[in-house]
Write a new protein. Structure first.
Length: 194
């Protein structure tokens, strides 16, 4: 099965088969957003799904937020939940074909949904989309899962191997404020484009 296709993800949202949806912005992402000072940052949230972090960004005064979501059902859900977003801020398209430049890419449960053979492509695309000095921040799983479907886990060593050639690794450590179902299984990341 090719997990990286719009039909698969759209079906999951249409059937409300989204067990990863925490129902609200997660505590690590909330803390990252709360630490941001510049409300004019150009922010990309790939694979935002229901977009709890997007709603929180908007509520905190960030207006220059772009979502890249492959599933039309998820994009529709997000637009109805966050009416302050303009339709052109929610792009229903393939992340790997996206153009633009961003100061910050906020990562949560997108990387782990990609097939492992797309991970190097993800790193390259993030690098291309970020302005010089731009950052990738968020959380990545620090555990391997016994599934042949998403989520696909990972390890600190793998992330160092993938990202350290193109990014300054500022933070790559066990997340101390994960939500209970993910406690001990997440790494907070803060990678700055070299």
């Amino acid at each position: 099965m090719n997990e990286l296709n719009p039909e698969y993800w759209n079906r999951r949202y249409l059937n409300n088969d989204i067990p990863w949806d925490a129902g609200a912005v997660t505590t690590p992402i909330k803390a990252i957003i709360d630490s941001l000072q510049d409300r004019d940052l150009k922010i990309l949230v790939p694979g935002a799904g229901s977009g709890h972090e997007v709603a929180y960004l908007i509520s905190k005064g960030f207006k220059n937020v772009t979502v890249c979501e492959w599933a039309p059902a998820a994009a529709g859900r997000l637009l109805s939940r966050v009416p302050e977003l303009a339709k052109d801020q929610v792009l229903v398209e393939d992340f790997f074909l996206l153009n633009g430049s961003f100061d910050l890419i906020l990562e949560q449960t997108f990387f782990c949904a990609l097939p492992r053979n797309r991970r190097e492509d993800y790193v390259q695309k993030v690098y291309e989309l970020l302005v010089p000095g731009g950052a990738l921040r968020g959380v990545l799983f620090s555990v391997e899962f016994p599934f042949d479907r998403p989520p696909f886990g990972g390890s600190r060593d793998e992330y160092l191997r993938l990202f350290s050639g193109k990014f300054e690794i500022r933070i790559l450590e066990t997340c101390k404020n994960s939500i209970p179902p993910r406690s001990g299984n997440e790494l907070e990341i803060y990678f700055v484009k070299c």
